[in-house]
Write a protein that binds this ligand. Sequence first.
Ligand code: CDP
Length: 215
Amino acid sequence: MSGAGVITVDGPAASGKGTIAAGLGRLYGLPVLDSGLLYRAVGVLLQQAGGDLGDEAAAVAVARTLRPEALDNDLFRTRGAGEAASRVAVHPQVRQVLLTLQRDFAAQPGGAVLDGRDMGTVICPTAGAKLYVTARPEVRAERRWRQLTGQGEAVSLEEILADIRVRDARDSGRATAPMAPAPDAVLLDTSEMTIDQAADAARRIVEAARARQAP
Ligand code: CDP
């Protein structure tokens, strides 16, 4: 696994990592994988089939049927989908099934940008540049609330803040691939940043990492 051209962007819910990853992809002309969508799709499709999110074997069966081209679906971007995703993401065998797909994406010639929770720790530990994007829970809740109400969901800011706290605890407390910064990731706190400021800070982190690797 080489990974020199790979940029990993990990961090908690609504920290700004998706926007940062998309911006880096555009800037460097790299394909972007939003790995959260894989878990969201498994959770939503399992629920649609009448399955139980706690049933590991059923979740594995759904994960095996995932087609990357079918992920861009608004059904996977709801509040409920985020919650379902984090519940199926605790299953080690679900993570194992999704591993190959993610590693193949990372191995594309020229590199890729990977957005998630364990991109820099598990999926591509050899990535040339690693970011861990955070923001205060209250700031993240407000961003997610704006996004979800903009999509037409009726939900309060307090409910979203509670969701975020539950999800942070579940994602960082699980036994397999817990959400955590890789030892060589650079932390980027976007609490006080605009989108443009965060994008610019991310670009500088990537350029510094690449400069360190240059022969
Ligand atoms: O957009 P947001 O940050 O809310 O969530 P997401 O990135 O779409 O991820 C949804 C959930 O999937 C997370 O809360 C994690 O439980 C899980 N996930 C994961 O376990 N590993 C990843 N690489 C990506 C997401």
